[in-house]
Each structure stands twice: as C-alpha cells, then as structure tokens.
Design a protein around this ligand. Structure first.
Ligand code: SF4
Length: 80
C-alpha cells in the first residue's frame, strides 16, 4: 500500500534531516506499507495537506496527537 501523501510529504521526499539508511527503512515501513500508522499521516488526515510539520517524524505519534489537540482547541476557541 502506498501513502496518498507520498508526493507532497517533505519527509518522504528526503527534505527533512534523516540518515539515508533510516529514511529507507521508514519509507519501506510507513510510506509503502503501514502509512495509516504514520504520525505525519495523522497530521495530514486531520489538518490537511498544507501542514508542514517539519519536526514531526513518522514514529512521533505523541507529538502528532499533541499538535492535533492544539489545533482542535484553537478551532474551538474561535467558534466560542
Ligand atoms: S512519512 Fe508518513 S505521511 Fe509522509 S509519505 Fe510517508 S507515510 Fe505518508
């Protein structure tokens, strides 16, 4: 299975600092496999493709959930 964000994701495109061997492992595991378990995929799915999140790596699920929570709170604050 191929992640639908593969063409726009800076991590997958090698634009975030990452050792080449580690990048290859992540790409195989997440981008071309279990992309639905990728922290960056969570962000794209929740906030849209324009999210940059240059410091969130595929295995940083806690950070992704934290950012999603912050975005949700901001949206709620605007609506109240
Ligand atoms: S890093 Fe995550 S969001 Fe980016 S292409 Fe790979 S699986 Fe998709």
């Amino acid at each position: 299975m191929r992640c639908e964000y593969l063409d726009i994701c800076p991590f997958a495109g090698g634009k975030m600092p990452c050792d080449g061997a580690l990048l290859a492992i992540y790409r195989k595991h997440y981008c071309l496999g279990e992309y639905h378990n990728c922290a960056r995929h969570l962000l794209y799915a929740g906030l849209g493709e324009r999210v940059l999140a240059p410091h969130v790596y595929p295995n940083q699920h806690d950070r992704a959930r934290e950012l999603l929570g912050q975005a949700s709170q901001r949206r709620t604050a605007v609506l109240v």
